[in-house]
Design a protein around this ligand. Structure first.
Ligand SMILES: [Zn+2]
Length: 194
Protein backbone atom coordinates (compact mmCIF):
# COMPACT_ATOMS: atom_id res chain seq x y z
CA UNK A 1 0.00 0.00 0.00
CA UNK A 2 1.19 3.48 -0.85
CA UNK A 3 1.20 5.62 2.29
CA UNK A 4 2.12 9.25 3.08
CA UNK A 5 5.01 8.25 5.37
CA UNK A 6 7.96 5.87 4.87
CA UNK A 7 6.90 2.24 5.38
CA UNK A 8 10.13 1.63 7.25
CA UNK A 9 9.42 4.51 9.67
CA UNK A 10 5.91 3.24 10.27
CA UNK A 11 7.16 -0.23 11.12
CA UNK A 12 9.91 0.94 13.45
CA UNK A 13 8.01 3.87 14.96
CA UNK A 14 11.04 6.12 14.44
CA UNK A 15 10.22 8.80 11.91
CA UNK A 16 12.69 10.50 9.59
CA UNK A 17 12.78 14.30 9.36
CA UNK A 18 10.35 14.47 6.42
CA UNK A 19 7.79 12.21 8.09
CA UNK A 20 8.24 13.97 11.42
CA UNK A 21 7.42 17.26 9.70
CA UNK A 22 4.17 15.82 8.30
CA UNK A 23 3.21 14.67 11.79
CA UNK A 24 4.12 18.03 13.29
CA UNK A 25 1.95 19.88 10.74
CA UNK A 26 -0.92 17.53 11.52
CA UNK A 27 -0.96 16.21 7.96
CA UNK A 28 -0.43 12.75 9.41
CA UNK A 29 -2.11 12.10 12.76
CA UNK A 30 -1.84 9.42 15.44
CA UNK A 31 -5.03 7.92 14.01
CA UNK A 32 -3.50 7.79 10.51
CA UNK A 33 -0.48 5.98 11.88
CA UNK A 34 -2.62 3.47 13.74
CA UNK A 35 -4.77 2.78 10.69
CA UNK A 36 -1.86 2.60 8.24
CA UNK A 37 -0.19 0.05 10.51
CA UNK A 38 -3.37 -2.02 10.64
CA UNK A 39 -3.79 -1.82 6.86
CA UNK A 40 -0.19 -2.90 6.24
CA UNK A 41 -0.89 -5.89 8.49
CA UNK A 42 -4.11 -6.68 6.61
CA UNK A 43 -2.23 -6.48 3.30
CA UNK A 44 -0.81 -9.94 4.03
CA UNK A 45 -4.29 -11.47 3.73
CA UNK A 46 -5.86 -8.95 1.38
CA UNK A 47 -3.43 -8.55 -1.48
CA UNK A 48 -5.63 -6.00 -3.22
CA UNK A 49 -4.57 -3.49 -0.57
CA UNK A 50 -1.03 -3.56 -1.94
CA UNK A 51 -1.94 -1.54 -5.00
CA UNK A 52 -4.02 1.00 -3.07
CA UNK A 53 -3.11 4.39 -1.75
CA UNK A 54 -3.97 5.62 1.72
CA UNK A 55 -5.11 9.24 1.89
CA UNK A 56 -6.50 10.07 5.33
CA UNK A 57 -8.69 8.96 8.23
CA UNK A 58 -11.03 11.07 10.30
CA UNK A 59 -12.55 10.06 13.61
CA UNK A 60 -16.05 11.53 13.40
CA UNK A 61 -18.84 11.31 15.94
CA UNK A 62 -20.41 8.16 14.47
CA UNK A 63 -17.62 6.41 12.59
CA UNK A 64 -13.98 6.43 11.64
CA UNK A 65 -13.88 7.30 7.98
CA UNK A 66 -10.91 5.98 6.02
CA UNK A 67 -10.24 7.67 2.69
CA UNK A 68 -8.36 5.85 -0.07
CA UNK A 69 -7.29 7.20 -3.46
CA UNK A 70 -9.90 7.69 -6.14
CA UNK A 71 -10.58 4.49 -8.09
CA UNK A 72 -9.12 2.16 -5.47
CA UNK A 73 -12.34 0.57 -4.30
CA UNK A 74 -13.54 -0.70 -7.68
CA UNK A 75 -10.52 -3.05 -7.65
CA UNK A 76 -11.62 -4.88 -4.54
CA UNK A 77 -14.47 -7.42 -4.21
CA UNK A 78 -17.30 -6.34 -1.90
CA UNK A 79 -16.84 -9.24 0.51
CA UNK A 80 -13.12 -8.46 0.93
CA UNK A 81 -13.92 -4.83 1.58
CA UNK A 82 -16.52 -5.87 4.16
CA UNK A 83 -13.94 -8.07 5.96
CA UNK A 84 -11.35 -5.29 5.95
CA UNK A 85 -13.91 -2.90 7.42
CA UNK A 86 -14.88 -5.43 10.08
CA UNK A 87 -11.27 -6.09 11.05
CA UNK A 88 -10.48 -2.37 11.26
CA UNK A 89 -13.62 -1.84 13.36
CA UNK A 90 -12.46 -4.57 15.76
CA UNK A 91 -9.00 -3.03 16.09
CA UNK A 92 -10.28 0.51 16.56
CA UNK A 93 -13.38 -0.33 18.60
CA UNK A 94 -15.56 1.88 16.44
CA UNK A 95 -17.60 1.61 13.28
CA UNK A 96 -15.36 2.11 10.20
CA UNK A 97 -16.33 3.34 6.76
CA UNK A 98 -13.96 3.15 3.80
CA UNK A 99 -14.51 5.60 0.97
CA UNK A 100 -12.65 6.87 -2.10
CA UNK A 101 -11.25 10.31 -2.46
CA UNK A 102 -12.69 12.59 -5.14
CA UNK A 103 -12.22 16.22 -6.12
CA UNK A 104 -15.98 16.30 -6.61
CA UNK A 105 -17.48 16.85 -3.15
CA UNK A 106 -20.78 15.30 -4.25
CA UNK A 107 -19.13 12.07 -5.34
CA UNK A 108 -17.00 12.09 -2.21
CA UNK A 109 -20.00 12.37 0.13
CA UNK A 110 -22.30 10.05 -1.84
CA UNK A 111 -21.29 6.81 -0.08
CA UNK A 112 -21.46 8.51 3.33
CA UNK A 113 -24.98 9.85 2.93
CA UNK A 114 -26.34 6.65 1.31
CA UNK A 115 -29.02 5.42 1.27
CA UNK A 116 -30.03 9.10 1.30
CA UNK A 117 -29.27 10.85 -1.98
CA UNK A 118 -27.89 14.25 -2.80
CA UNK A 119 -30.47 16.17 -4.81
CA UNK A 120 -28.63 19.49 -5.05
CA UNK A 121 -25.25 21.07 -4.32
CA UNK A 122 -24.65 24.81 -4.15
CA UNK A 123 -21.63 26.91 -3.37
CA UNK A 124 -22.50 29.89 -1.21
CA UNK A 125 -20.28 32.96 -0.80
CA UNK A 126 -20.45 34.41 2.68
CA UNK A 127 -19.97 38.13 3.47
CA UNK A 128 -16.46 37.47 4.85
CA UNK A 129 -15.42 36.02 1.46
CA UNK A 130 -15.35 32.48 2.73
CA UNK A 131 -17.46 29.85 1.02
CA UNK A 132 -19.85 27.23 2.17
CA UNK A 133 -21.05 24.17 0.32
CA UNK A 134 -24.71 23.44 0.82
CA UNK A 135 -26.03 20.01 -0.02
CA UNK A 136 -29.67 19.04 -0.05
CA UNK A 137 -30.44 15.42 0.71
CA UNK A 138 -33.67 13.77 -0.35
CA UNK A 139 -34.82 12.42 2.99
CA UNK A 140 -33.53 12.97 6.51
CA UNK A 141 -34.74 9.53 7.67
CA UNK A 142 -32.46 7.83 5.15
CA UNK A 143 -29.32 9.51 6.45
CA UNK A 144 -27.43 7.09 8.70
CA UNK A 145 -24.47 9.27 9.70
CA UNK A 146 -25.04 12.46 11.65
CA UNK A 147 -24.79 15.85 9.98
CA UNK A 148 -21.89 16.63 12.36
CA UNK A 149 -19.92 13.67 11.01
CA UNK A 150 -20.47 14.80 7.43
CA UNK A 151 -19.35 18.29 8.35
CA UNK A 152 -16.26 17.02 10.09
CA UNK A 153 -15.05 14.82 7.26
CA UNK A 154 -15.62 17.68 4.78
CA UNK A 155 -13.74 20.15 6.94
CA UNK A 156 -10.75 17.91 7.72
CA UNK A 157 -10.20 16.35 4.30
CA UNK A 158 -11.50 19.07 1.95
CA UNK A 159 -11.34 22.23 4.04
CA UNK A 160 -15.00 22.75 3.23
CA UNK A 161 -17.69 24.29 5.41
CA UNK A 162 -20.63 22.03 4.80
CA UNK A 163 -24.25 22.82 5.33
CA UNK A 164 -26.79 20.03 5.08
CA UNK A 165 -30.47 20.50 4.30
CA UNK A 166 -33.20 18.04 3.52
CA UNK A 167 -35.95 17.98 0.92
CA UNK A 168 -37.94 15.90 3.38
CA UNK A 169 -37.44 16.47 7.08
CA UNK A 170 -37.86 13.68 9.57
CA UNK A 171 -40.94 14.37 11.69
CA UNK A 172 -39.44 12.45 14.57
CA UNK A 173 -36.55 14.89 14.86
CA UNK A 174 -38.62 17.97 14.16
CA UNK A 175 -40.81 17.35 17.23
CA UNK A 176 -38.55 16.16 20.04
CA UNK A 177 -40.14 13.87 22.62
CA UNK A 178 -40.59 15.51 26.00
CA UNK A 179 -38.60 14.06 28.88
CA UNK A 180 -40.80 11.82 30.98
CA UNK A 181 -40.99 12.76 34.63
CA UNK A 182 -40.22 9.97 37.09
CA UNK A 183 -43.05 8.26 38.98
CA UNK A 184 -44.43 10.40 41.86
CA UNK A 185 -43.20 8.01 44.58
CA UNK A 186 -39.59 8.48 43.38
CA UNK A 187 -39.89 12.21 43.57
CA UNK A 188 -41.22 11.92 47.13
CA UNK A 189 -38.27 9.75 48.15
CA UNK A 190 -35.82 12.26 46.76
CA UNK A 191 -37.48 15.04 48.72
CA UNK A 192 -37.20 13.02 51.92
CA UNK A 193 -33.44 12.64 51.48
CA UNK A 194 -32.88 16.38 51.60
ZN1 LIG B 1 10.22 8.90 6.67
Amino acid sequence: MEIPVCTFDLKTGIFCERCEEKIRRGEVTELDIKIMRALLELEKNFHQLQSMCYVKSVDTKDAIIVVLRNGNLSAIPQHSLASIKRKLSDILGKNVKIIEDSVDIGRFLEPLVAPARIVAINKIWLPDNSTEIRIILDDERRLKLSVESLQEISRVTKNINLKVDFARKSRKRAFPVKQKAGPPEDRDKRQNVT
